[in-house]
Design a protein around this ligand. Structure first.
Ligand SMILES: O=c1nc[nH]c2c1ncn2[C@H]1C[C@H](O)[C@@H](COP(=O)(O)OP(=O)(O)OP(=O)(O)O)O1
Ligand SMILES: [Mg+2]
Length: 248
């Protein structure tokens, strides 16, 4: 109950902020470093890692999430991304805190640089719920039940949040990269692609749910795309700085 109050407190803060903006197959993606920027700020965390490691392990128990993440990342990311399929606990808390807790545990298990991602679907009429608990809600009531939860509310607006967390060894310095996509909760449509993309959610400016879009179209506008781009910028800028340091 205490945690629920904590969530609700978070949710109302989040909604206020939003009105202002709104397992176990091992896989690896070989990537090639393509761009260096020499005018970027120092990022100690990445520098430490890049001197010791060339690999980051993406920890997720969801193969669809892994596939989408790797499609978005594409070529040109400066580190090799490998995968460990571990079903991390579904923690309670604010989106970034949930992601941070997942990342801390993933690092304690893997003991190498790790990335995790936690995904939320927040209904504004419900003060941000189901938020990080969307997985449980989907399992219990399905996409149709999610839609019906808004029966009686005029406001069907929602925001999808992807929170990527990265740890290179210091669990007190976990980096968070967040991406949001605003949209509307609708009657479910577009089928259910093997349990993925079942959210009854249409992004703003679109007339299709994620289920009705091609993977490429979704990856242009999704919360995950936006979070990955924040993450990519961080690593490229950090390596750009390393390149400059190394040249001197
Ligand atoms: O882009 C998406 N489009 C539609 N549905 C999505 C998306 N991204 C996550 N989802 C679903 C999967 C899970 O039911 C819940 C998030 O829960 P979340 O804990 O982040 O994922 P998960 O437990 O499946 O995998 P993980 O091992 O990485 O925690 O929303
Ligand atoms: Mg999960």
């Amino acid at each position: 109950m205490k945690n629920l109050f904590k969530l609700l407190a978070f949710s109302s803060r989040k909604v206020k902020a939003q009105t202002a903006v709104r397992r176990s197959d091992q896989r690896s993606i070989s990537t090639t470093f393509t761009s260096l920027r020499k005018d970027q700020p120092e990022e100690d965390v990445v520098l430490e890692m890049s001197q010791q490691h060339s690999e980051i392990v993406f920890v997720t128990g969801n193969k669809y999430k892994l596939r989408e993440f790797t499609q978005i990342l594409g070529e040109g990311f400066p580190y090799k991304i490998t995968h460990q399929g571990i079903d991390l606990p579904e923690y309670q808390g604010e989106p970034d805190e949930v992601s941070r807790l997942k990342c801390k545990l993933a690092y304690e298990i893997i003991k190498r640089p790790v990335i995790v991602e936690d995904t939320c679907l927040c209904f504004n009429a419900l003060g941000g719920l189901p938020g990080p608990y969307v997985k449980h809600f989907l399992e219990k009531v399905g996409p149709d039940g999610l839609f019906k939860m808004l029966h009686g509310f005029d406001d069907h607006s929602a925001v999808a949040i992807a929170s990527i967390a990265y740890c290179n060894g210091n669990v007190d310095k976990i980096k968070i990269f967040q991406g949001m996509t605003f949209g509307t909760i609708v009657n479910p449509r577009g089928g259910q692609r093997l349990g993925w993309n079942v959210w009854p959610f249409i992004p703003d400016g679109c007339d299709k749910t994620f289920a009705e879009m091609s993977p490429d179209a979704k990856n242009e506008i999704s919360h995950r795309k936006r979070a990955v781009e924040v993450m990519r910028k961080y690593f490229l800028e950090s390596i750009g700085h390393k390149s400059l340091s190394g040249a001197c």
